[in-house]
Design a protein around this ligand. Structure first.
Ligand code: SF4
Length: 335
């Protein structure tokens, strides 16, 4: 798909044509301009030649079709992955913000695969368009977005925010800001900037450890943005925005899942306003080097946090059948 030329081509046309074209892309969800019957035939041909609506992708569906993963091929041939999770009455798309990731977290398949480039805002949009088209014949639509795919969203802040503002607008998908979450590994300048945004977006911070020693072993950027500074930034964010914040914590067997570490985590968070945050314990999808914690260990960890008055949930292994952890589908398909 390539919409970079769309506005230039339509500049020569009456102003309502751009509105009609956007309606065809985002509301009718056409995948070929010949289907845009609200546009003159000559213009449809020009658009087909210069602004392809084709999204090349390979998909992998779970048996119950509740998790669907797509490897989308970009115009330069690089691939990104995006996941649709259909649970309850919600369709959530897990969006990528970069091709690969420069941060190299040890537990993450994307981080181990290296970094290629940032995604343009329209390439972020493309992922939502893809799954909107997928859901259309089922009479359903995308209603939630989480920036938890490939890449660190705050390292591509401007393009991510531009895409979010578009996805939030009535012209496109009108996805409410409260239904959009950004997950960061802890890029402090990004947390500060998000605190100044007018949109009521949700923020998730991946902690994954209660202290610098353990965290730096799996998250190299912790050497730059230490855990204390990160918690201070989270505290400032909460005081300023009064929005809910989620701390993500991947449970890795015999690494960060002991009851002592749970107590350390509770101590680390004790000065934050308890009604504004929660901890989400995540069952790890094995990539390499680490094993997922036993369910009993996760429950004991949760118990310690709850005893300290911290709201805590355990995230099911959604998307496991389609290899929902970052970076795994692209690798699989290339094999
Ligand atoms: S966990 Fe996130 S920040 Fe870390 S390497 Fe993976 S995609 Fe990048």
């Amino acid at each position: 798909m390539n919409l970079t030329n769309l506005e230039t081509i339509l500049k020569k046309e009456p102003s309502f044509r751009l509105k009609q074209a956007k309606e065809a892309i985002f509301k009718q969800l056409i995948n070929d301009w010949s289907q845009a019957l609200n546009l003159p035939e000559k213009l449809r041909k020009v658009l087909n030649k210069n602004c392809s609506l084709v999204i090349e992708a390979q998909i992998l569906e779970s048996h119950d079709k509740k998790s669907v993963k797509a490897a989308i091929k970009l115009t330069d041939g690089l691939k990104i992955e995006t996941v649709l999770l259909r649970h309850g009455n919600r369709n959530t798309v897990c969006v990528s913000s970069q091709v690969g990731c420069p941060l190299g977290c040890l537990f993450c398949a994307t981080g181990q695969g290296g970094f290629k480039r940032d995604l343009a805002s329209e390439e972020i949009m493309e992922q939502v368009i893809f799954f909107s088209r997928y859901l259309k014949p089922l009479g359903e639509k995308v209603d939630n977005l989480v920036f938890m795919g490939m890449g660190e969203p705050f390292l591509n802040y401007e393009n991510v925010m531009a895409a979010i503002k578009l996805l939030n607008s009535e012209e496109t998908f009108n996805i409410g800001a409260r239904h959009i979450s950004i997950s960061t590994i802890g890029i402090i300048p990004g947390i500060k900037k998000l605190g100044d945004e007018k949109l009521q977006l949700n923020l998730a911070i991946s902690l994954h450890a209660p202290d610098n020693e353990i965290r730096s072993k799996i998250i190299p950027i912790n050497d730059k943005y230490s855990i204390k500074n990160l918690i201070d930034a989270a505290n400032d964010y909460l005081k300023k925005t009064k929005r809910q914040l989620m701390f993500e914590y991947i449970m890795l067997e015999h690494f960060n899942d002991s009851k002592i570490q749970a107590a350390e985590l509770a101590d680390l968070l004790k000065h934050l306003p308890k009604h504004l945050y929660m901890v989400n314990l995540i069952q790890y999808n094995t990539t390499k080097g680490f094993r997922p914690s036993a369910t009993m260990a996760i429950k004991k960890f949760q118990q310690v946090l709850v005893q300290n008055g911290i709201k805590t949930t355990i995230r099911l292994r959604l998307g496991r059948e389609v290899k929902g952890a970052c970076g795994q589908l692209v690798g699989d398909l290339e094999k």
